[in-house]
Design a protein around this ligand. Structure first.
Ligand SMILES: C[S@@+](CC[C@H](N)C(=O)[O-])C[C@H]1O[C@@H](n2cnc3c(N)ncnc32)[C@H](O)[C@@H]1O
Length: 261
């Protein structure tokens, strides 16, 4: 077994070591488990990602001999809106910088990367020349952008494949909209969350959950449940501050919501 096969088979974090990524170690392992499962089901797979920044989440696919093409879509705005209500700034965010980073990982593989600067609202799906097996949505963290990115991914996805989201604890309403969209369109899907903040949707007959490594992570999804709630606990602490608590107590009392008979 060669070094890459061994590393992906054991979800070895060294596949992420050369370029820093905004995912934590649990997320990286979940992403690798999905990659492992997808490459088994669709050897020679095509990977598409929306939101690449420095190239951190591209590196395991760049190193993967089973990945024949990588599409990286990134608008690279200086400031991006976010559902948390605070805008985020990315300095020196450029495609040239990302490609330089990727050359440092596997220079001979960079030719398989196709970069598209823009967002999915302005890019034609015909720019994606091959059907995609695995998508990763990690661009603008607003519910509106998430649904737009998801619909784009659905259009370029093969008959069967998977679409992953990062930061599910932030864009959960956008994910809910995506699932409603699938239901409205009567598209068969499965969906599950993975530690810590990855959310996976599979389309068609694409049973990545049967992969042993991924299955273990699905069974450990208590971590993503707790991570998500605890990361939002700030809001509960806020509404429990004295003036808000007094107001809530009053409202509950007036409406009789705190009485059980
Ligand atoms: C969280 S970072 C991506 C991190 C990367 N996936 C990683 O794991 O290292 C978000 C990226 O989304 C890009 N972005 C922001 N708004 C976007 C949009 N509307 N469409 C596409 N990409 C966008 C930003 O330029 C930034 O590079």
């Amino acid at each position: 077994m060669n070094g890459f096969e061994q590393a992906i088979g054991s979800l070895d974090l060294k596949l992420f070591e050369k370029i820093s990524s905004q995912s934590n170690d649990h997320d990286k392992k979940s992403l690798m488990a999905c990659q492992l499962a997808a490459r088994e089901l669709a050897p020679g797979y095509v990977y598409l990602e929306i939101g690449s920044y420095l190239g951190g989440s591209i590196q395991p696919h760049l190193l993967d001999p089973d990945c024949r093409r990588i599409y990286s879509i990134d608008k690279r705005p200086l400031v991006q809106p976010d559902e948390r209500g605070v805008d985020y700034t990315y300095l020196n965010n450029s495609t040239a910088r990302m490609l330089e980073n990727l050359r440092g990982v596997a220079p001979e593989q960079v030719a398989k990367v196709v970069t598209i600067d823009g967002d999915t609202g302005e890019i034609a799906t015909s720019e994606i020349g091959e059907k995609v097996t695995l998508c990763f949505i990690d661009g603008e963290h607003t519910d509106e952008a998430v649904l737009r990115d998801f619909r784009f991914c659905l259009e370029v996805l093969d008959e069967r494949g998977a679409i992953l989201f990062d930061d599910a604890n932030i864009i959960y309403n956008g994910i809910a909209d995506c699932l409603e969209y699938l239901k409205a369109k009567k598209i068969d899907f499965r969906a599950f969350n993975l530690p810590d903040k990855i959310f996976a949707v599979t389309i068609g007959d694409f049973p990545i959950h049967r992969n042993e490594r991924l299955h273990e992570r699905i069974l450990d999804n208590y971590q993503s449940y707790l991570y998500s709630l605890q990361s939002n606990d700030f809001y509960r602490k806020f509404v429990n501050k004295r003036p808000f608590r007094l107001y809530r107590k009053l409202m509950v009392k007036l409406k009789g919501l705190n009485k059980f008979d």
